[in-house]
Ligand binder design. Structure first.
Ligand code: RAM
Length: 337
């Protein structure tokens, strides 16, 4: 008898569980997540955000990125998602222009295109979701570097892929500021950008070349989580007095912050970015938003996010969160990022 009661209870729970899942706003929706490359912990943290939102909203999702960080690899993944009939794509692009055609192919098939982290050009997307305004992200790093080098000397940038839309936009705001004639930048000499392609070894080797070419180099801004530990390790091994700042995971940089190679670095929480993109994706499929300026959507724990005009002419919404990692704060972050 007891056994039967237990069985009935299990059956009721399973049934109730299913009914509950079906009631969730994202039930029946499939999201195809595409990121710049596999094996990058930043994107693994982003996927954790999709997972968290999937539990809350009831959608299912697949995720993938090319091993080599190529656009061709991303195009193949997107074509595969189109063939599988996903409802919405959430993409972090390696190249904003080369994904436009395949994204429009998806849109013609009724699939919504939300970009997150690194946008596809406006003509190939419905909405971009970003952590903060590109100008704020750029000038936070530049001003931090200016402070670290005491306002004087040669600085360089080590970026990700040469086509990366997010890094390129940040770099353009930094170089514009350096050319602006503003007092605080007048003794800074910018020597140029090199590309580590979001690969550790390439980033390390490019740093070595920079250090050789510029014996008086004072600092390197690294707006990529993959590049930052490689640049810092190279500087440490070379025993050079060159400062680092940039966008980093706290866990990657603790050692270098503690050693004073970086005074401070920055990042939003990529899990929150994936989480927010999920809510935008579901709102699109449900017809609650169309991606127009002035609309807003519920982003769960992150509150309501509004859609604004983006600098590239498309539309965008921001989390507006940038965390700083320094000797005081880094320990509190290492288990999160
Ligand atoms: C790398 C990627 C990503 C970027 C972060 C800061 O992981 O290039 O796109 O947003 O760094």
């Amino acid at each position: 008898m007891k056994k039967l009661a237990a069985l009935v209870l299990v059956a009721v729970c399973v049934f109730a569980g299913c009914a509950f899942a079906a009631d969730k706003p994202g039930a029946g929706i499939t999201i195809g997540v595409v990121y710049k490359q596999s094996g990058n912990p930043y994107f693994q943290a982003g996927v954790a955000g999709f997972q968290k939102a999937a539990e809350e909203l009831g959608f299912t999702f697949m995720h993938d990125g090319p091993d080599d960080g190529s656009s061709d690899g991303q195009i193949r993944i997107i074509e595969n998602y189109i063939a599988q009939g996903v409802d919405v794509l959430c993409i972090s692009a390696n190249d904003p222009a080369s994904l436009v055609d395949v994204c429009n192919e998806a849109r013609e098939a009724g699939i919504k295109v939300v970009t997150w982290d690194a946008p596809v050009d406006p003509e190939g997307r419905d909405l971009d979701v970003e952590p903060a305004s590109a100008k704020v992200i750029a000038l936070t790093q530049l001003d931090s570097m200016v402070k670290s080098v005491g306002g004087k000397g040669q600085i360089a940038i080590l970026s990700a892929m040469a086509t990366a839309p997010n890094q390129n936009l940040w770099i353009s705001f930094m170089t514009d500021a350096l050319k602006s004639g503003e007092e605080k930048y007048k003794d800074i000499e910018f020597v140029g950008v090199v590309y580590g392609d979001d690969e550790y070894t390439k980033s390390f080797n490019e740093t070595q070349a920079l250090l050789e070419q510029y014996p008086n180099l004072k600092g390197i801004i690294v707006p990529t989580t993959v590049g930052a530990p490689a640049v810092s390790k190279c500087i440490m091994d070379a025993k050079r007095n060159v400062k680092v700042t940039g966008l980093t995971l706290a866990s990657d940089m603790k050692e270098f912050i503690n050693k004073g190679i970086a005074d401070e670095t920055f990042l939003w929480n990529p899990t929150e970015l994936g989480y927010a993109a999920s809510f935008a994706a579901v709102a699109f499929v449900k017809g609650e938003i169309t991606g127009k300026e002035g609309e807003s959507y519920n982003a769960g724990e992150l509150g309501t996010l509004t859609i604004e005009k983006a600098a590239d002419g498309g539309t965008i919404s921001f989390l507006n969160k940038l965390n700083v990692f320094n000797n005081e704060t880094v320990d509190a972050w290492i288990n999160i990022l």
